[in-house]
Write a protein that binds this ligand. Structure first.
Ligand SMILES: *Cc1c(COP(=O)(O)O)cnc(C)c1O
Length: 391
């Protein structure tokens, strides 16, 4: 059945988005970005203090419904500080999906802790709550108010679900597992600005959540991220730690702990404010693009398009197909043919336990993550592909 798959895959792409070339994801800077950047330059507020930073934080609070948003230099720094504030200590373990961008696991290592890789499920491509619960029943026990890994004797401190390509993970079930095992829930919502689980914005279900505004995300600040929390104490600590732990004073330099220079510069926040004005249009364009792919790929029954899970609303940040048969060889043939034809398609991230820095980390059985890794292809996803008149 896969004999003429390559040409049919190419013609589905052509039908959905035209003849190409098409990059994987490029930012759309056609709004007030230039105006706001010039305003920064004229005001001389180009660095880590300025009115756009405050405005961006307030607008993020309104958009996500989180009570507090703290803007930082990038999504990795946001995760690093969120994990510290969640109480992650050196030698702890932190549960992280095997299928995620490397930043999720790097942030755990920055805390001196180690990632403990967990299985995903095939609908959302996020952490499989049921498999995780069975795994914890087998390897962990709650001692006092801590979850202890029986074989390593280390504390498993936190669970970091990631909303892959914008599709919300099963937050209700994950929150239940986290509660039963005394785990802090810290959401890596880097990819899911504009995605909702049962009406709540992703990144607001744990005590802390993080977003990213890297150049390829649904909105960009050049580089940037945000820490979300409803807890005013944690919000104050997040601002303090990301501002070199400087005790506010008109002229004295007093720092009461080792902090980080993680503040988002005003220039970047200016870009972010302009991009936020366009976010509703981007979200609309992403859904139209999904619909176009869905229609075109109806002629390719060998693949399944990843769609938003039930009771969720996805931002459809990166469009994704899974090959139902064929494995890595077929995937690689499709990657080669599509890239040769000018369509930037990409495979999944290499599973993190296979990367040299994480090879010796604890993990559970990962059959679904492994199957998805060899079957997944991301398709060109820029909002402009939905048709210029749509945004
Ligand atoms: C983009 C991303 C991050 C953070 O990335 P930065 O480039 O540091 O902003 C973290 N986790 C995931 C899953 C991501 O996709």
């Amino acid at each position: 059945m896969t004999a003429d798959l390559v040409p049919r895959f190419l013609s589905a792409l052509r039908r959905a988005i035209g003849p190409g070339p098409a990059p994987l994801h490029v930012p759309d800077l056609g709004g007030r970005e230039r105006e706001y950047l010039l305003e920064c330059i004229d005001s001389t507020f180009v660095s880590s203090v300025g009115p756009f930073v405050d405005r961006f934080e307030r607008e993020m609070e309104v958009f996500t419904g989180a009570r507090h948003a703290i803007a930082v230099v990038n999504g990795t720094a946001a995760l690093h500080v969120a994990l510290l504030l969640a109480g992650v200590r050196p030698d702890d373990e932190v549960l992280v999906p095997a299928l995620t961008f490397v930043a999720t696991a790097n942030a755990v290592r920055y805390c001196g802790a180690r990632p403990h890789f967990v299985e995903i499920e095939p609908t959302s491509l996020g952490v499989d709550a049921r498999a995780l619960r069975l795994h914890l029943e087998a390897v962990a026990e709650v001692v006092g108010e801590e979850c202890v890994n029986r074989s390593s004797r280390r504390v498993i401190r936190a669970l970091v679900p990631m909303h892959a390509f914008g599709h919300p993970a099963d937050l209700e079930q994950l929150r239940a597992v986290a509660a039963d095992y005394r785990l802090e829930l810290v959401e890596d919502a880097a990819e899911s600005l504009g995605s909702y689980y049962r009406g709540g914005h992703t990144g607001t279900f744990g005590r802390l959540g993080t977003l990213s505004f890297n150049g390829n995300k649904i909105i960009t600040t050049g580089g940037g991220g945000v820490i979300l929390t409803n807890d005013p104490g944690l919000a104050r600590r997040a601002k303090h730690l990301t501002t070199t732990a400087k005790v506010p004073h008109r002229w004295h330099y007093v720092h009461d702990e080792v902090g980080f220079n993680y503040r988002m510069p005003n220039l970047n926040a200016a870009l972010g404010c302009a991009q936020l004005e366009r976010l509703p249009a981007f979200l609309h364009a992403k859904r139209r693009l999904f619909a176009a792919y869905e229609e075109a790929f109806a002629a390719v029954p060998e693949v399944r398009l990843v769609r938003e899970p039930r009771d969720c609303r996805s931002n459809y940040w990166l469009q994704t197909v899974l090959l139902k048969t064929g494995g890595e060889e077929l995937r690689d043939a499709l990657l080669a043919a599509t890239n040769d034809a000018g369509y930037a398609t990409r495979p999944a991230w290499r599973l993190l336990h296979r990367l040299p820095p994480f090879a010796d980390c604890p993990r559970m059985e990962l059959p679904c993550a492994e199957a998805v890794e060899s079957a997944l292809i991301n398709l060109p996803s820029s909002p402009a592909l939905a048709g210029a008149d749509q945004i």
